[in-house]
Write a protein that binds this ligand. Structure first.
Ligand code: F0G
Length: 528
């Protein structure tokens, strides 16, 4: 007989303990569609309505039968999962499928190259790395052009050209003694010294306030949440977060980050010192519908302003569709509703059909640097299993003339209508309802002044949404969670197959939660 050993928790032990304290520490044993199952003490399977939808990875439902059958068939056929450095026509097929969608949704005929990855954060880092490679190559091209100009200036002075010294001291400052501006060799030395300093400027990224782009070393610096980002800020390039609701904020930030290098021109026998723009803003990254900030659809006019300002400095836009993409908004790309054609798109989460880990970065052809292919790769990226499943997932979304997108829009409208009624009836508890399609946020009023100590404590700890989650799971068998950085907002991201019954169940559970909150009954929320 084996003695029963109480196993010490080693897999993220703190998280497991915390989840249990809120009644969230259940073990799911099976999942299907919008349902996850756990076993109760008597061994009976308890179905749970999953409104989290795998944090956005299950747009076609958990264990979608089509995708599961396809995955099984791939394994049965012995698909060559690992065949790096060989031809991958299936990856090309997926890239073409998504290019077709880009052409349809953005009305463009430009092609996008596809680079494959394993997670959303990696797809973001692919975009970031590519944008930086592009920037570094542009800086190298600029440096080369300037070197040629300096040589030309020197030759011109040798053949009698005059040096226009006015303004040179201002531009070169301490690098140039006042009497040296008229001496071409000293001037060239000063220009080179100033440029080598200026060229060492670190790249900077821009993003809207509230952005979430992942938790890897690079991507976490693009994630606004201080707790996630700040311990690691020494590890990667920095991002400036811009309030998009302030019309001039972006222009001001761009002006503050403006850097130049020095160049010499020769015209009509006169050598003149000039400034050239040094690209230091590597990219602007945004989510068309911000997820972790509490489900916030970006404002169309604000996005247009972003596009206009960035166009003046030729700065690329990375459109992170990791959470909003794959049809969730009612179109494949949520950015298509905003008329925002990106230079980069990232996809992950539902790309693997809820079954495989798959991620993809698309890069606008006119910006694409082929050198990138040699500097980014990963063992499992572009493997046949996940990439073929991604292709099948896209096919399922596109089937019947995009029925899945219509479902996402229609189911989303139903959910929004139901939640909107809650907002109307219980405006004292429900603050706002936001979102589009199947990416919806239900925002509750702050409870940090609650008369219940339990509610007050959780609210002050920023864990209110988790308290609600525990209650809804225990009492209503509904799985729901807050967004990562706005924990008063519950996120609702089910699959397109959400039924009217499931919406009614959500309505019933949420109404009951609201009643309990109205009574300020913390005891029930934590222990019922
Ligand atoms: N970008 C966005 C917009 C995301 O929402 C996420 C993840 C990522 C990138 C990173 O993707 O987890 O596959 O590395 N959002 C998670 C969430 C954390 O809670 O929805 P990942």
């Amino acid at each position: 007989e084996n003695p029963v050993v109480e196993k010490l928790e080693l897999a993220e032990p703190h998280l497991a303990g915390w989840l249990s304290s809120l009644g969230l520490g259940v073990e799911y044993i099976r999942s299907q569609g919008n349902t996850l199952f756990y076993r109760d003490d008597q061994g009976a399977e308890i179905p749970v309505l999953d409104l989290v939808g795998g944090y956005g990875s299950a747009i076609l439902g958990h264990n979608n039968p089509d995708i599961v059958a396809y995955a099984k068939s791939l394994l049965d056929e012995g698909t060559p999962i690992h065949a790096q450095f060989s031809r991958h026509p299936y990856a090309n097929d997926l890239a073409w499928k998504i290019n077709g969608i880009i052409q349809r949704e953005f009305g463009t005929d430009e092609h996008y190259a596809a680079v494959f990855a394993n997670s959303g954060a990696e797809a973001v880092e692919v975009a970031v790395k590519h944008a930086e490679l592009d920037r570094v190559m542009k800086v190298a091209e600029l440096t080369e052009r300037i070197e040629a100009h300096l040589d030309e200036a020197r030759a011109a002075v040798r053949s009698g050209a005059r040096i226009a010294t006015d303004g040179a001291v201002d531009l070169l400052g301490p690098d140039l003694a006042p009497g040296d501006a008229g001496d071409i060799d000293r001037l060239l030395d000063a220009v080179r010294a100033a440029n080598s300093e200026r060229l060492s400027a670190r790249p900077v990224f821009l993003a809207p306030e509230g952005s979430f782009h992942g938790k890897l070393v690079g991507s976490v610096q693009l994630t606004h949440n201080v707790g996630y980002r700040s311990p690691f800020s020494a590890l990667a390039a920095q991002c400036r977060f811009v309030p998009l609701d302030q019309p001039d904020a972006l222009e001001k930030t761009v002006a503050q980050e403006r850097r130049t290098v020095l160049d010499l021109t020769v015209e009509d026998g006169v050598v003149r010192l000039t400034e050239r723009e040094l690209p230091v803003i590597c990219a602007f990254i945004l989510e068309p519908i911000q997820g972790e900030a509490g489900i916030r659809v970006l404002d169309r006019a604000a996005v247009r302003r972003v596009q206009e300002v960035l166009a003046t400095i030729d700065c690329p836009i990375i459109v992170d569709e990791v959470q909003s993409g794959m049809g969730r908004s009612g179109a494949f790309f949520a950015s298509s509703h905003l008329g925002l054609q990106g230079d980069y798109y990232t996809l992950a989460k539902s790309l693997g059909g809820g079954v495989a880990k798959a991620a993809l970065t698309l890069i606008r052809g006119s910006r694409y640097r082929t050198d990138f292919e040699l500097v980014h790769s990963s063992t499992y990226a572009k493997d046949s299993f996940s990439t073929l499943i991604a292709g099948r997932t896209v096919d399922l979304l596109e089937a019947d003339d995009g029925r899945a997108y219509r479902l996402a829009a229609e189911r989303g409208d139903r959910l929004l209508a139901m939640l909107g009624r809650l907002r109307e009836e219980f405006g004292d508890i429900v603050k706002d309802v936001r979102g589009r399609g199947l990416m919806i946020g239900l925002d509750f009023h702050d409870q940090s002044e609650s008369t219940s100590e339990i509610i007050r404590d959780q609210a002050q700890a920023g864990l209110l949404g988790y308290l609600f989650a525990g209650y809804l799971l225990r009492v209503h068998a509904i799985r729901i969670f807050p967004t990562a950085s706005a924990t008063n907002t519950l996120r609702i991201e089910p699959s397109v197959y959400l039924t009217d019954d499931e919406i009614a169940r959500a309505d019933k559970g949420l109404r009951d939660l609201i009643e309990v909150l109205r009574k300020q009954d913390g005891e029930t929320l934590l222990h019922a």
